[in-house]
Design a protein around this ligand. Structure first.
Ligand code: HEC
Length: 362
C-alpha cells in the first residue's frame, strides 16, 4: 500500500517537473552593437538571437492556448522584441501588446497578470491592425466594472501603437507613446511584430527594477466578434552582457518542493468551501475565482501572496455573486478581500497547497 502511494507520488512529481520544463518563463535578450531602436521583422540583426516559444492562455481559463515565438535583442540603451504567431485570417482587431511590470523591487510582489491592479500598475504598449480603436471595445473591460467605477481611457492609437498605464480594470490612462516603435506585418498566415523601447525612460527603469513582462495577443476570428485575448504569465528577461538584477528570474525558477497529494487534501479542507478547482465543485457559484487553471497565468510567488495576504492583490472582477462580494472597501478606501488570510498555516502545509495548485496547469 505504502509503495503504491509513493509510486503514485513519484509519478506526480515527474509530471510536475515535466510541466515546469515546458513552461518557458524566461527569455535571454542578446546583446548587439548596432542600433535596435527601429528594427523591422526581417532586419538582419534578428539572426543573432534564437527563437523561444512561450504559451499564451485565455483569461477565463478555457482550454484554448496559443504559441508565441519570441526573440529579444538589446544594445544596453534600447531593447527590441520580435514576435511571431500564426493566424489564418487578418482582421481589424488582431494585434499584440506587451505589458511591463515597472519599478518593482520585490520579485514576490508582482502585479496581477492582466492589466495590473490598484496598488501595482503596469505599462502596456499595444498595437492593433485598425488605426483608431476603443480599448474598451476591444478588451471588453466593461464586464469587470462596478457601477461606481469609471474608465479613464482616451482611445486612439496611431499606426505605431499606443501606451497605457493600467492600474486594474477601473483605471486605464493613456500615456505619451514616445521613443517606442511598434510594427506589425502579415504574410503566409503568420504575423510578425516588433516592439522596441528605451531600457531607461520616465516610464520605468528596466535596468534597475525587476524586469518581467507579459505578452498579449488579440485574435479576432470574424468581423462581428470580439477578439479573443491570449495572455502569457510574467516572463523574466535576462539582459545578456549586462550585470542586471535578475531577482525575478531566480525567484521564478525556485522549485516548489511540496507534497501534491497532501496539498490536495488541505485544499479540500480549507479552500473548497469558496473555490472550485479540479474535481471540487461544491462551493456556491461565483463566490470566489475558479482555481482550476490559476497557475497557467500566475507563479509561485503570486499563489503564496494570495494565500497569506489576500488583500495585497484583489482579483479584478465585478463582484460576481451579489450575496458574497469578493471584496469590500473599508473606511480608508482600501479594497479588502473577503478571503481569510491563511497566515496560520505552517510552512510545510503552505508549500503542499501551493505545489498542488501549481500542478494544475495545462
Ligand atoms: C471564504 C471564502 C474563501 C476561502 C475559504 C478561500 N478563498 Fe481564496 N479567494 C476568495 C475570494 C473571494 C477571492 C477573490 C478576491 C481576492 O483576490 O482576494 C479569492 C482569491 C484567491 C486567489 C487569487 C485568484 C486569482 O485568480 O488571482 C487565490 C490563489 C486563492 N484565493 C487561493 C485560495 C486558497 C489556496 C485557499 C485555501 C487555502 C483559499 N483561497 C480559501 C475566497 C476564499
Amino acid at each position: 500500500m505504502q509503495s503504491t502511494k509513493s509510486f503514485k507520488k513519484a509519478l506526480l512529481v515527474v509530471a510536475w517537473l515535466c510541466t515546469q520544463a515546458i513552461a518557458q518563463n524566461q527569455i535571454a535578450a542578446v546583446k548587439v552593437l548596432g542600433d535596435v531602436s527601429s528594427l523591422e521583422p526581417n532586419s538582419k540583426a534578428w539572426l543573432s538571437a534564437p527563437y523561444t516559444t512561450i504559451r499564451l492562455y485565455t483569461k477565463n481559463g478555457d482550454i484554448q492556448t496559443k504559441n508565441l515565438r519570441l526573440k529579444a535583442l538589446h544594445n544596453a540603451k534600447y531593447i527590441a522584441f520580435l514576435l511571431s504567431w500564426q493566424d489564418n485570417m487578418p482582421m481589424r482587431f488582431d494585434g499584440f501588446a506587451l505589458q511591463f511590470s515597472i519599478n518593482f523591487d520585490d520579485a514576490n510582489k508582482l502585479p496581477y497578470i492582466y492589466l495590473g491592479n490598484s496598488t501595482r500598475s503596469v505599462l502596456v504598449h499595444q498595437r492593433i491592425n485598425t488605426e483608431q480603436f476603443y480599448l474598451l471595445e476591444v478588451l471588453d473591460l466593461q464586464q469587470f466594472l462596478e457601477p461606481t467605477q469609471s474608465l479613464r481611457i482616451s482611445k486612439k492609437q496611431t499606426n505605431n501603437g499606443a501606451t497605457f498605464l493600467a492600474s486594474g480594470f477601473d483605471v486605464i490612462e493613456q500615456k505619451e507613446h514616445k521613443n517606442i516603435h511598434m510594427y506589425q506585418s502579415y504574410q503566409n498566415a503568420n504575423y510578425k511584430a516588433v516592439l522596441s523601447k528605451p531600457l531607461q525612460s520616465d516610464d520605468g527603469d528596466l535596468l534597475q527594477s525587476i524586469f518581467s513582462l507579459s505578452f498579449l495577443l488579440l485574435d479576432q476570428s470574424s468581423k462581428d466578434t470580439k477578439p479573443n485575448t491570449f495572455i502569457s504569465p510574467w516572463i523574466g528577461i535576462k539582459l545578456m552582457g549586462i550585470d542586471s538584477d535578475d531577482v525575478f528570474l531566480k525567484s521564478s525558477k525556485t522549485p516548489i518542493d511540496g507534497d501534491i497529494i497532501r496539498g490536495k487534501e488541505l485544499a479540500l479542507q480549507n479552500c473548497a468551501v469558496c473555490h472550485h478547482f479540479d474535481d471540487a465543485h461544491n462551493a456556491p457559484q461565483n463566490i470566489a475565482p475558479d482555481l482550476s487553471h490559476v497557475s497557467n497565468l500566475t507563479n509561485i510567488a503570486y499563489l503564496k501572496e494570495s494565500i497569506l495576504q489576500p488583500s495585497a492583490v484583489i482579483t479584478p472582477t465585478s463582484n460576481a455573486n451579489a450575496n458574497f462580494p469578493w471584496f469590500y472597501i473599508d473606511d480608508n478606501g482600501q479594497n479588502i478581500s473577503t478571503m481569510p488570510a491563511f497566515d496560520w498555516m505552517d510552512t510545510k502545509s503552505l508549500e503542499d497547497v501551493i505545489a498542488y495548485f501549481a500542478s494544475l496547469k495545462f
